[in-house]
Design a protein around this ligand. Structure first.
Ligand SMILES: NC(=O)c1ccc[n+]([C@@H]2O[C@H](COP(=O)([O-])OP(=O)(O)OC[C@H]3O[C@@H](n4cnc5c(N)ncnc54)[C@H](OP(=O)(O)O)[C@@H]3O)[C@@H](O)[C@H]2O)c1
Length: 274
């Protein structure tokens, strides 16, 4: 049986991906911060499926949490890793490393987790890494001197920047990890709970529009599953809008930017001795 590890697999797109992989005979490992949500999920699925899903309670806003649980994760032979967890915080929130939470949850935790899994050979040779980005990467204003936007914080730009980082990271992974293949997906606008932690009139309005016009994450998850096929993935053409190959922003293709982000991420983690 193949193994799939999904971050943020307790709601929205993540939980729909969990269901698709389970019904396609994968063993599914979920990283999430809320065990209660996982318990509710397993109460509502078939007994046989329940035997094929495991939960690792890890809050990705702290790299230390991944480190502490890594021994349990590294023994999985991962065929597919899906870096899906994501947040938008309109108010600046710093973690114990004094880094802004959106940056850590959406990008740095996935950078750390992926590299650790590869270093410990936990991802199989013909493994696939899937990073979930967004079309909003085109609005980013990334500044390496203020990578987590701690200064002059703006929650929207903090989010846009991390979604660009997901793409830069994918392209760099394809350069340096010879056998493993990475793809990056803009899933489009979906009807999930995304962003509902921010309470405002604008948020309520966006949620209202989302209920009416956005896509069902179930259909998106099924389409994503269909393109996760090692032999058919091209490292040079690996940005998708749901299941269609498209071009990401010109900026995301700049190798020097991909390299700087990689180095910067290494440095941040090295300074904290991770
Ligand atoms: N919804 C959209 O329209 C849209 C559009 C483009 C891209 N995306 C991307 O799609 C991905 C999935 O988002 P979604 O729409 O499915 O939103 P969602 O329903 O809010 O799901 C996000 C998932 O991430 C988990 N998560 C958040 N903070 C975490 C943390 N600190 N540690 C561990 N897990 C954490 C959440 O866990 P809890 O439920 O326990 O908080 C949840 O399972 C994100 O990367 C998002 O940027 C979404």
């Amino acid at each position: 049986m193949k193994n799939c590890l999904i971050t943020g697999g307790t709601s929205g797109l993540g939980i729909e991906l969990v269901k698709v992989f389970l019904t396609n005979n994968y063993f599914v490992h979920i990283i999430g911060k809320n065990r209660k949500k996982f318990d509710i999920f397993t109460q509502n699925i078939d007994v046989e499926l329940k035997k094929k899903v495991l939960f690792y309670e890890i809050d990705l806003s702290e790299i230390q949490n991944i480190k502490n649980s890594f021994d349990k994760i590294k023994i999985i032979n991962i065929n597919v890793l899906i870096n899906n967890a994501g947040i938008i915080n309109l108010n600046k929130t710093l973690n114990s490393m004094n880094l802004e939470e959106t940056f850590v949850v959406n990008y740095l935790s996935h950078y750390y987790l992926t590299n650790k899994l590869i270093e410990s050979s936990s991802i199989v040779k013909k493994g696939v890494i899937v990073n979930i980005s967004s079309f909003t990467h085109i609005f980013s204003n990334m500044d390496f001197k203020n990578i987590d936007l701690k200064k002059n914080y703006n929650g929207w730009f903090a989010y846009f920047n991390t979604k660009l980082m997901n793409i830069l990271f994918t392209y760099k992974c394809n350069n340096i990890f010879k056998e493993i293949k990475s793809i990056v997906i803009n899933p489009g606008w979906m009807n999930t709970n995304f962003g509902n932690n921010n309470k405002s009139k604008l948020r309520n309005f966006i949620s209202f529009l989302r209920n009416m016009f956005s896509k069902d994450p179930k259909g998106v998850a099924q389409k994503i599953y269909a393109i996760i096929d090692y032999d058919n993935i091209s490292k040079n053409d690996c940005y998708y809008i749901v299941n269609k190959k498209k071009k990401s922003s010109a900026f995301s293709h700049k190798q020097e930017v991909q390299n700087i982000l990689w180095k910067k991420s290494e440095e941040l983690l090295r300074n904290e001795k991770f």
